[in-house]
Each structure stands twice: as structure tokens, then as C-alpha cells.
Write a protein that binds this ligand. Structure first.
Ligand code: ADP
Length: 262
């Protein structure tokens, strides 16, 4: 099961060099295969963009550079694959860091202002897909939390809420403080997630539709990082979703946060 990218490079007036880039999109099936060694997965995922970058630059250096259109097309691929590599390395490093020993840095935070400032950074992506983001958070929501870890969680959930949303869709961000805990939920009007996939999306490298997720530039690591961060913050994450309607991801945290719980 393979995704192919074929490029024709004019060598001279009569000959073309045909370059095919093959992506293995075989769906990982069954629990045993899903538990495949993390290192194996990592090296496979890293090799794909590296192979593309090496292959395309090599062809450019061998003469493809002379043709302006080819040069642009190849450089675009090299650039996109470099971005993907960066995203992958960042996610892998986040997982490695949290796996070793999560350090917490608890401080007081106004949830309303925090979400407003995060949403600002997503403005270009929201505008590009014409997604309307609605905030339902009181101005007085003060919580104690590790700001940078929560930021990572919220960034990932909002990013997915945009990536897997439809053009012209909606996003609702809602937060509330209760007696002993507080929650934050992000609801989208996207593809939705089937019941039997709702747990699996938190597994490392799991993607529902590999070609669709690849198009969206996903690494398949985002939600596993989110899950680890939420755990480090003594919280929990839940998803409610309906295919074709949308998804709601809710994170819940205790009101009493201690530095570095054992
Ligand atoms: P990725 O980097 O591929 O987005 P994630 O770990 O963030 O990886 O998500 C795993 C998979 O779960 C995604 O590939 C996508 O298929 C699915 N998914 C995540 N969030 C959503 C959402 N809000 N709506 C629909 N599908 C989602």
C-alpha cells in the first residue's frame, strides 16, 4: 500500500529523468503491530523526509538545477520535508523529555487571557480555512498550572481542531472551574472520529487516514504528547466525537496543583 510522488526532470530535449518517491502508507493493524518498537517507528518516520531531501537535492546538484520550474518544484518539496522533519524531531524530543522526568513549574494563570493569546497565534491558519473560533470562558477563570505544558496541550488540540476541520467550519473553546477541578474543551465541526478509533488516536504514530493526515502535515505524535503532558499535570483527557459532525476534546485538571507530584 504505497503513496507515490512522481517527478519528471528534463535532461535534454529528448530525455527525461523520472524520479519516484514512494511512501509506505500501510496501515498498522492489530495491537501487536501497534506496540512495535518506538525506535523502529521513529527511524522509519525520520527516514522518509530525509530520503526525500537527500534524493531531491542530489538530483538538483546533478543538473536539474538548470531548469527554473524543476528547481522551484524540487526546492518546495525539500522545504516541506524539512518542516516535517522539524515537527517530528520536536515531538520526539517532547516525548523523550516527558518520559525521563517531567518537571512542573506551577504558577497562577488567567485562562481567558491565556486562550486569547494562543488564538492570536492561530489567526493566519483560522483565516486560511475561514474557521470561526468562539471563546466561552469567563474573564475571572484563575487556575494554578504549568503554563508551558498547558500551552503545548492547547496548541496541539487547537491545531487539530483546525487541521481536521472543514473550510468554513467552527471551533468552540470553553472552560469552567468546578468545585474540585476545572476543564477546558475544544470542539470542532470536522471529520469526526469513529468510536473504535477514539482511543487509538492517542497511541504514538497512530493516524486515522494516513494519506489525509499526511496531507495535513501530521506526525501522528501530537496527541500522544498531549496525553503524556496531561498525565504529568495530574489531569485526564476525553474525546467525544461523531463522524461527519465533529469532535470535542476535553482536558480536566485538579484545582489543587502541587509542584512535581510523584
Ligand atoms: P497528527 O500529527 O497526525 O495530527 P495526532 O496525534 O495529533 O497526529 O492525531 C492522531 C490522529 O487523530 C490524526 O492523524 C487524525 O487522524 C486524528 N485526529 C486528531 N484530532 C482530530 C480531530 N479534531 N478531528 C478528527 N480527527 C482527529
Amino acid at each position: 500500500n504505497v503513496d507515490a510522488h512522481v517527478v519528471y526532470v528534463p535532461v535534454n530535449a529528448h530525455h527525461f529523468l523520472v524520479m519516484a518517491l514512494l511512501y509506505d502508507i500501510t496501515e498498522l493493524k492489530g495491537i501487536e503491530r501497534m506496540q512495535m518498537d518506538f525506535v523502529g517507528n521513529v527511524s522509519h518516520e525520520l527516514k522518509t523526509p530525509i530520503t526525500a531531501i537527500t534524493g531531491f537535492t542530489e538530483t538538483l546538484l546533478q543538473g536539474a538545477m538548470d531548469d527554473r520550474q524543476t528547481r522551484e518544484e524540487f526546492l518546495k518539496i525539500v522545504y516541506q520535508e524539512s518542516l516535517k522533519l522539524t515537527e517530528l524531531v520536536e515531538d520526539i524530543l517532547s516525548l523523550a523529555r516527558i518520559d525521563s522526568k517531567p518537571q512542573l513549574n506551577i504558577s497562577e494563570l488567567n485562562l481567558h487571557d491565556f486562550i486569547v493569546s494562543i488564538l492570536k497565534t492561530f489567526k493566519p491558519e483560522l483565516e486560511k480555512k475561514q474557521i470561526e473560533a468562539n471563546l466561552q470562558i469567563s474573564d475571572h477563570c484563575q487556575v494554578n498550572i504549568d503554563k508551558s505544558k498547558l500551552q503545548h496541550v492547547v496548541n496541539n488540540l487547537i491545531q487539530n481542531g483546525i487541521k481536521y476541520n472543514q473550510t468554513g467550519g467552527k471551533l468552540w473553546i470553553n472552560a469552567k472551574i468546578r468545585k474540585n477541578d476545572w476543564y477546558l474543551s475544544i470542539r470542532d465541526t470536522g471529520y469526526g472520529i469513529a468510536k473504535d478509533e477514539q482511543e487509538r488516536i492517542f497511541e504514538r504514530f497512530y493516524r486515522i487516514d494516513t494519506s489525509r493526515s499526511r496531507q495535513n502535515g501530521g506526525t501522528g505524535l501530537g496527541l500522544s504528547v498531549v496525553k503524556e503532558y496531561v498525565k504529568a499535570l495530574s489531569g485526564k483527557i476525553e474525546v467525544k466525537s461523531q463522524v461527519g459532525v465533529g469532535s470535542t476534546f476535553t482536558v480536566t485538571f485538579p484545582l489543587e496543583m502541587k509542584d512535581n507530584p510523584s
